[in-house]
Design a protein around this ligand. Structure first.
Ligand code: MSP
Length: 507
């Protein structure tokens, strides 16, 4: 039986159309999902939208529509965006789905019945845009530490979740699972800022607005948005009504989240799961933010374009490649169109595109587009073959450590070596000498075979391009278990080379 792999993105707030920052998380999750599928896992990749809360209610009111009408439109657009980015999710969860609503109500009731949720009064400082409560000491200059906006003092009857009860168990879990929170710096931040000062019970219901999941046994309350939202990772699998998918996929292998929501995923979420007596996710990875000109991507600043504009201008794989390659995963990074163009030209048009184009063109010119098995091997071949042969293992190590940009860089390095190999073996010189025909065949075989292997390993990152290359090669050896050097068939009729990436000219 195949091993399973469950990977999630956060569920996004459909308060406005998505920008390149949302694409960033989703593209990375997609690359992980595709990589695991390639390597033989039974993958469940989930994304979706977090549709309740005061902020959405307010936005809809301003737009003169109902909250549901408001989010429906954005979600239609989001799905179109994911399609144009080739996002291969298995399930798209919406927190307004009836199944989700009913299951969250059951989770809430279960926690209430067993005494983990109780009724009390809440007084606190609340940031509406972030939907977060803060203590006085967490504020920065009296303002929300996440977004810098005003917080308001709120007092209301509310239900509370006994977070404090799980503090010791949580710390123990961190200790016993050193890879639970990555990068490590985020774990220390959690311990120092939130856990060691002492976890307070968490307010988990609201009466000040109505756009949320009603507490079914006390309907003037709606469920606090984070309880509603976090539950998505299990309600989508049928919990608590049906355990078929739960048995198959839970616990999640990887929750990918932005750094500002790590704390919800590594404090509230594990405590909820402990209360429900469910296993905890294996890993939560908190990535950095994509910035524009060093600042936040912001609708109010209007400093970003619809991501489809980049896709239309440069191609989907240029955008995917840039998002995956540019920023060391975990750190903040800057998004700029100029850098996207630079990356596309240097890596995709020059290194990859040229290599494939020149190699296949030469095979057409010298051997009528037929592949020939190697016959005359020289020392120079060995270095290249060794590099290509070890690529699978190197990429696997990098991907398992979520070093996606480094995994890609390793493949690029091999492609650069192929270009160097062409320069050094000079096939066009060999072609002038009849007696060098076998040597020429060998050189081309080594190149075509290296290209095949790299194309397979690139498929999680730039799937369309990978497909195009494998189609040009016309090979049947496209699966992960054909990565041994030398699997490329003899006498394959190669298809005509096509331009994979045009160099983008800038003014
Ligand atoms: N709805 C919550 C998540 C609930 S998960 C149970 C939420 N939504 S969000 O739309 O505000 O953000 C969703 C994700 O998008 C976060 O992980 C956030 O970090 C990510 N990003 C939003 N802007 C981003 C950038 N500029 N750069 C990188 N990621 C960004 O929080």
């Amino acid at each position: 039986m195949k091993e399973k792999y469950y990977v999630t993105t956060p569920i996004y707030y459909p308060s406005a159309n998505f920008h390149i920052g949302h694409c960033y998380t989703t593209i990375i999750a997609d690359a992980m999902a595709r990589y695991k599928r390639l390597t033989g896992y039974d993958v469940y990749f989930q994304t979706g939208t977090d549709e309740h809360g005061e902020k959405i209610e307010k936005k809809a009111r301003e737009a003169g529509v109902t909250p549901k009408e408001y989010v429906d439109k954005i979600i239609e657009d989001a799905k179109d965006l994911w399609k144009s980015l080739n996002i291969s999710y298995d399930y798209f969860i919406r927190t307004t789905n009836e199944d989700h609503v009913r299951r969250v109500q059951k989770i809430f009731k279960k926690l209430y019945d067993q005494g983990d949720i109780y009724k009390g009064t809440y007084q606190g400082l609340y940031c509406i845009p972030c939907e977060s409560f803060w203590t006085e000491s967490q504020l920065i200059d009296g303002k929300c530490p996440d977004c810098g906006r005003e917080v308001k003092l709120v007092s209301e009857e509310a239900y509370f979740f006994k977070l404090s009860k799980y503090q010791d168990k949580l710390v123990k879990y961190y200790e016993e699972h050193p890879d639970f929170i990555l990068p490590l710096s985020r774990k220390n931040e959690m311990l120092n800022n939130f856990i060691n000062p002492g976890l307070e019970d968490l307010c988990v219901s609201r009466t000040s607005f109505t756009w949320g999941i009603p507490v079914d046994f006390d309907p003037k309350h709606v469920v606090y948005v984070w309880i509603d939202a976090l539950s998505n990772y299990i309600t989508s699998l049928g919990y608590p009504e049906d355990d078929t998918l739960m048995k198959k996929y839970w616990p999640a292998d990887l929750h990918l989240v932005g750094k500002e929501i790590v704390r919800f995923h590594v404090i509230i979420w594990p405590c909820m799961l402990m209360a429900l007596d469910l296993p905890l996710p294996k890993q939560v990875f908190g990535h950095g933010w994509l910035k524009i000109d060093g600042g936040k991507i912001s609708k109010s600043l209007g400093n970003y374009k619809d991501p489809r504009e980049y896709i239309n201008a440069y191609g989907v794989d240029a955008v995917r490649y840039y998002a995956l390659r540019e920023v060391p995963f975990g750190s903040d990074g800057n998004f700029s169109e100029e850098a996207l163009i630079g990356r596309t030209n240097s890596d995709l048009a020059n290194t990859l595109g040229n290599l494939v184009n020149r190699t296949i063109s030469m095979a057409h010119k010298y051997f009528d587009g037929l592949t020939k098995n190697p016959k005359v091997t020289e020392a120079i071949d060995e270095e290249l073959i060794n590099k290509v042969a070890s690529l699978k293992t190197v990429v696997d190590e990098k991907m398992n450590g979520l070093k996606v940009n480094e995994a890609i860089e390793e493949i690029m390095e091999v492609l650069r070596s192929c270009n160097k190999y062409i320069d050094e073996t000079t096939p066009w010189v060999l072609a002038k000498d009849e007696t060098k025909n076998d040597r020429l065949a060998t050189v081309l075989y080594n190149l075509l075979e290296s290209i095949r292997i790299c194309a397979i390993l690139l498929s999680p990152f730039i799937p369309d391009t990978s497909n195009k290359i494998l189609e040009e090669l016309n090979t049947k050896k496209t699966s992960y278990d054909t990565l041994e050097f030398g699997e490329l068939e003899e006498d394959l009729q190669l298809n005509a080379p096509k331009i994979l990436f045009n160099r983008i000219e800038t003014k």
